[in-house]
Design a protein around this ligand. Structure first.
Ligand code: SF4
Length: 395
């Protein structure tokens, strides 16, 4: 049997193991709550894909009442500021060809182009602008080289995506007619921000963090050990199968029970090493500088973004086209609670617009657009509220 199949059987299909782990969680959780004197143990995932697994496989239903699994700000599409999308729409309407990923296409802006109808790149394209969806920066480069048309690539993403841009800059593959609009973000500063916020908001504090598996393949699992060191909160790096997450929860509870906050790189060592991908990190360091940046609905988070380094400034759309960063202004559509959802302060079902004015087919807010957005995940795979509604209908 090949390795991927073995991994799938061990982490996804092994229901006996899943039952054993969830029984252990149920036994341990009341003891941890009693020992710590908390009303519950709140565990935050950072990654949209962890939220996907948690919701898709119904892991919350396996948790005892003492354990709450909350989503974090780990969806790059959800946190791309409205001002960035508005700037790129303006460039498209002024004649630049814009390349972007598919899930950015439908992202709604707060302010519309010239106060009219155009409030997304999809709407710009519908009105005649040259907006093209690509699977990668490499595809955009190939196409931009063909006809030399002035073009802009709208670069969003976290550290997982950054190397795919960085390597093409450092290898000097980018043509001069293709500018780069960076909306790149770094995960650890936002995770820290979210955890601090729960503390300051005088809510139940976050007692454990599940770090993003695939980001850690790049930045190294060790990037998350500041949680135990600085905040006394256990952190694990987990993969994306249900048993990865269940194991992560159990390890966090064990840490808490022993009164020893540690960092653990779990069984996801099969992919994420402690130090990460050195080649990718070196390329990111050459191509980009770390800067303060805006997260949608949240505002400025220090040292949480990437901009092109001096060496590659000739490709920087903001510098070359004189686009000035505006101070952050609240940038969610009226009624949207994405800021609370992405910070784990609310569930999607707490938003009155969820599955009413806001659906995956017609997203009103940014968390309903991408498959990594908590609202889109909850909309597609059900939620407690929707199950409750369905049961009451049957009755
Ligand atoms: S349901 Fe829609 S409007 Fe409400 S928080 Fe989610 S994305 Fe925003």
């Amino acid at each position: 049997m090949d390795l991927p199949k073995q991994i799938e059987i061990l982490f996804r299909e092994n229901s006996a193991l899943a039952n054993k782990i969830s029984e252990e969680i149920s036994k341990l959780a009341p003891r941890v709550v009693k020992k710590l004197g908390l009303d519950k143990i709140k565990i935050m995932n950072f990654c949209g894909s962890h939220e996907w697994t948690t919701t898709h496989y119904g892991l919350r239903a396996l948790m005892p009442l003492e354990v709450e699994l909350i989503p974090g700000p780990g969806c790059p599409v959800c946190v791309t500021p409205s001002s960035d999308i508005e700037n790129v729409i303006k460039l498209a309407m002024e004649g630049y060809r814009v390349y972007t990923f598919g899930d950015v296409f439908k992202l709604p802006t707060v302010k519309h182009y010239k106060s009219g109808e155009i409030g997304s790149l999809a709407a710009a394209k519908a009105s005649g602008a040259d907006v093209r969806i690509v699977y990668s920066f490499a595809d955009a480069i190939e196409e931009a080289k063909k006809d030399g048309k002035p073009s802009v690539f709208f670069g969003i993403g976290f550290e997982t995506t950054a190397p795919s841009y960085a390597v093409l800059f450092t290898k000097e593959k980018v043509p001069e007619n293709l500018l780069f609009y960076s909306s790149l973000k770094l995960t650890a500063p936002a995770a820290e921000y979210a955890v601090q916020l729960h503390k300051e908001a005088k809510r139940t504090p976050v007692s454990g963090v599940i770090g993003p598996g695939h980001v850690s393949t790049i930045i190294g699992a060790i990037s998350w050990d500041f949680f135990p060191k600085k905040y006394g909160i256990p952190a694990v790096v987990a993969g994306f199968e249900p048993i990865d997450i269940l194991t992560g929860v159990l390890v966090i509870l064990n840490n808490l029970y022993r009164g020893k906050a540690e960092f653990t790189n779990l069984e996801y060592r099969r992919v994420a090493t402690y130090k990460g991908n050195i080649f990718a990190l070196e390329n990111i360091k050459v191509a980009f500088n770390v800067v303060d940046t805006i997260w949608r609905g949240i505002g400025n988070i220090p040292k949480s973004g990437l901009t092109l380094s001096e060496k590659f400034k000739k490709y920087d759309a903001k510098t070359q086209l004189g686009i000035k960063e505006k101070p952050w202004d609240y940038d969610l559509p009226p009624g949207c609670k994405c800021n609370e959802v992405t910070l784990g302060l609310a569930y999607p079902t707490d938003c009155p617009l969820f599955m009413k004015a806001c659906t995956p087919a017609r997203p009103w807010g940014p968390c309903m657009v991408s498959m990594e957005g908590a609202c889109a995940v909850w909309a597609r795979f059900g939620s407690y509220e929707r199950i409750k509604d369905a049961i009451s209908e049957v009755k």
